[in-house]
Design a protein around this ligand. Structure first.
Ligand code: MG
Length: 260
């Protein structure tokens, strides 16, 4: 682990003049598979649980994605929807949410737990989705605190930030210029993303299929390409043939099985 940190430090220092958008990629598994909300489907594991993150790591996925919301008392929890079993996350405290368990018995996982779990290994990267709050101001505040937490734990080399709110995406880059961060919402051109120093695009598969020039332009500009959520075999083959850096899927086992 210590060697890993030294190598990262060296790469960071030597990358100042490099055009490489993302200096950390080469340290993780050499496949494109990002497990969407962890690897949950095949084994009936709850989405966004620590168990689904562990399963993605066990499979050797290059990445595992999870969704992060901020509670009323500024704790970060993993959950896709803005409510956890009916309780609106931003209006409830962590302990109020923790009263309800996930079906596998886990208490609602915190960002800190997920980061600590991910940092035990170096195969699987952590795709941290910053979920939007009810206001842009709260989303930006939430972004700042998430970045602070990641930095405090020394987790930055593991983290690839993603967000639908472009304010969140830009704020991450302002706070940590070397952070990897991709935009999800599909409506900003590669040229603009590059101007704003954003690492890459992580768009819905139909956005790329409807306009394949996005793929070529992004590559020419040195942007990272990720796509969600690709579950059909033929779509996996298409994005693999387009040489996507990452493919986000609910079917990580299927996509991994295609690896040459
Ligand atoms: Mg997500």
């Amino acid at each position: 682990m210590r060697t890993f940190v030294y190598i990262l430090f060296f790469m960071l220092m030597s990358s100042v003049t490099m055009r490489a958008q993302d200096i950390y990629k080469k340290f993780f598994s050499d496949n494109a598979v990002v497990a969407h909300r962890g690897a949950w489907k095949a084994k009936g594991i709850p989405q966004n649980s620590i168990e689904s993150l562990r399963e993605a790591m066990r499979l050797g996925c290059a990445g595992s994605e999870f969704d992060v919301h901020m509670t009323a008392d500024s704790v970060f929890v993993l959950c896709h929807d803005n409510n956890f079993f009916g309780k609106v996350i931003e209006k409830h405290t962590y302990s109020e949410l923790a009263a309800t368990k996930l079906p596998n018995g886990e208490t609602v996982p915190t960002l800190e737990q997920a980061l600590m779990e991910g940092m035990k290994q170096t195969d699987t990267r952590l795709f941290l989705e910053i979920k939007s709050s009810s206001t842009v101001e709260r989303t930006v505040r939430s972004t700042e605190k998430i970045v602070e937490k990641v930095n405090e734990l020394g987790a930055q080399p593991w983290v690839f930030y993603i967000a639908f709110d472009y304010n969140a995406v830009k704020r991450v880059k302002q706070l940590v210029p070397s952070a990897a961060v991709a935009y999800l919402n599909g409506d900003i051109s590669p040229e603009q993303l590059q101007k704003d120093n954003i690492t890459g695009l992580d768009y819905h598969y139909n956005v790329f299929k409807n306009d394949t020039s996005l793929i070529t332009n992004s590559k020419n500009l040195g942007l990272s390409l990720n796509v969600w959520t690709v579950n059909k075999s033929e779509d996996m083959d298409f994005f693999t043939s387009q040489d996507f850096e990452y493919i986000t899927t609910d079917e990580p086992e299927l996509l991994l099985s295609k690896k040459k």
